[in-house]
Design a protein around this ligand. Sequence first.
Ligand code: OGA
Ligand code: NI
Length: 261
Amino acid sequence: MIQGVRRFHELDPEIKKRYYTRDLISGFFLVSNFDLYRSAAASWRDTMGCVAAPDLPPPEQLPDATRDILIEYSKQVKQLSKTILELLSEALGLEPNRLNQLGCGAGQLLLGHYYPACPEPEVTIGVTDHTDASFITILLQDQIGGLQVLHRNKWVDVQPRKGALVVNLGDLLQLVSNDKFISVSHRVVPKRIGPRISVACFLRPLIHKGDTDSPPVYGPIPELLSEENPPVYVEADVREFMRIHSSRGLDEPSPLQHFRV
Ligand code: OGA
Ligand code: NI
């Protein structure tokens, strides 16, 4: 998959520009800094991707350089996410199927990032500090490094390991778990060597028109609530949640704040 992302980003710009758009919903896209007009700083990376579940775009709309592997990879991520959501349900003391039944992994946005070698990493941002809006994000990174998570107020390197995936807990999981799980702040610091390639799959509910008849609404899961554990969030329309998420700079506060009791 890493090679497939690299092949696409290293295509002739004349071929790549066909895919350049700021519309991240309708098909396969190439974008540089989706929050360019809202963030204080631009990120040192380009991103390709598409909505990969419930349905990928038709195969003929996917570039040759990455088509087959993208189809296979997103299928495998879907399988894996089912298992991870079962484990997370059990960790919350719920029925194993609970988070899958809630449709937490029914939708998937797949992004393939390309961080070029950076001549001045001291004054550059790879990806600014943020939490993901998803339930979980399954992240594949190459061997270059640069990903950091905030742990006890310190930035800690997530060392690349061959064959390993990183699973980030996102804001929507924090909301339905009523703060039992906290979404992780993370960022990417650029390096003098590169390019660095990573693939992020955001697992989230079905949110696009036509996917569902009624708007998807998520609140703290009732079984997790009691007198000692009252809800800390109101129910959130996920379309509204995502709209707030994507209408701000990545460096601004997460949409969770809007839905706190
Ligand atoms: C993201 C992200 C990290 C990486 O896409 O949200 O955090 O390693 N990516 O590229
Ligand atoms: Ni992220």
